[in-house]
Design a protein around this ligand. Structure first.
Ligand code: SAM
Length: 270
């Protein structure tokens, strides 16, 4: 039941989504949010048993998202495409961006119907932001979506955010989809990526974590190596300090992972 068609809203495979945990709602539970069901909280509990730093990682990741958006705003970016945006929580991209630039444009994209419905409610009176339900494995559906076309000017720099989401997408889908998305961006655009990395103490938990996520709406949860993560940036040029532990961007650090199993970087398209 993982065909893209059902996720685009044309099938009914997800009708019973409250009994099956979703990656969006597990993450919301880790962050202490309230838009999750008991199945999600159970899964979050099991995840924490295997990966005690999961909550800390989620918070550090959220803080990275915040800094990456500020960085892009400083660089003059006024429109954002946030794919795998998750359930709205404190410090959403439109809040960060529109507090500095009231007419900054933000399009949220997520596969999870609960995430998109909740974002839609929050954005009801916001003319410059919208939420779209789509699967990133089908980038044409995202790029051609009326909400995207209405809000994002393809001739001006765009901040593409793929934050803590690509590890839920298998290689055969993820690489071509990201390549297509990055190719669509005009020069001067930025790409922010954070990603689970498989080089740390978290490796011990890898099988259990993958098994847990196989029972959710995503078919995989795989850390990648730094080299594999770097490939996603394509021809975009990484800003200093490069691809680093998520809590060390952009200040850099001692390179010790601590309990982190997530790396992050921001690149600029020449
Ligand atoms: N980007 C947010 C952040 O970093 O705070 C949320 C990250 S959350 C861990 C991952 C999100 O990716 C979930 O909301 C999940 O529904 C979404 N997701 C997973 N696979 C997806 C896909 N193929 N297309 C779109 N969204 C996807």
């Amino acid at each position: 039941d993982h065909s893209g068609v059902s996720f685009l809203g044309m099938g009914n495979a997800d009708a019973d989504y409250s009994s099956r945990p979703s990656s969006a709602r597990i993450y919301d539970a880790l962050l202490g949010g309230s838009h999750n069901f008991s199945a999600d909280r159970e899964a979050a509990k099991r995840l924490l048993a295997m990966l005690p730093a999961a909550g800390e990682m989620a918070r550090a990741n959220r803080a990275f998202l915040h800094r990456a958006v500020q960085f892009m705003l400083d660089a003059g970016v006024r429109q954002f495409l946030d794919i795998g945006s998750g359930i709205p929580t404190v410090g959403n991209v439109h809040e960060i961006a529109q507090s500095r630039v009231p007419d900054a444009r933000v399009v949220y994209v997520d596969i999870d119907p609960v995430a998109v419905a909740h974002a839609g409610e929050i954005l009801r009176d916001n003319r410059h932001a919208t939420a779209v339900q789509a699967d990133m494995r089908f980038p044409e559906a995202i790029l051609g979506h009326p909400g995207v076309r209405r809000l994002l000017d393809p001739d001006r720099p765009i901040g593409l955010l793929l934050v803590a989401m690509l590890h839920f997408v298998p290689d055969d889908d993820a690489y071509p989809a990201v390549e297509r998305l990055v190719a669509s961006l005009p020069p001067g655009s930025y790409v922010a990526i954070s990603h689970g990395v498989s080089e740390t103490a978290a490796d011990a938990a890898t099988d259990g974590v993958a098994d847990l996520y196989r029972r959710t709406d995503v078919s995989t949860a795989t850390g990648r190596s730094r080299a594999q993560i770097m490939r996603f940036f394509g021809d975009a040029v990484l800003e200093p300090p490069g691809l680093v532990w998520v809590h060390e961007w952009p200040s850099g650090g001692d390179g010790a992972p601590g309990d982190m199993a997530v790396v992050a970087g921001v690149a600029r398209k020449p």
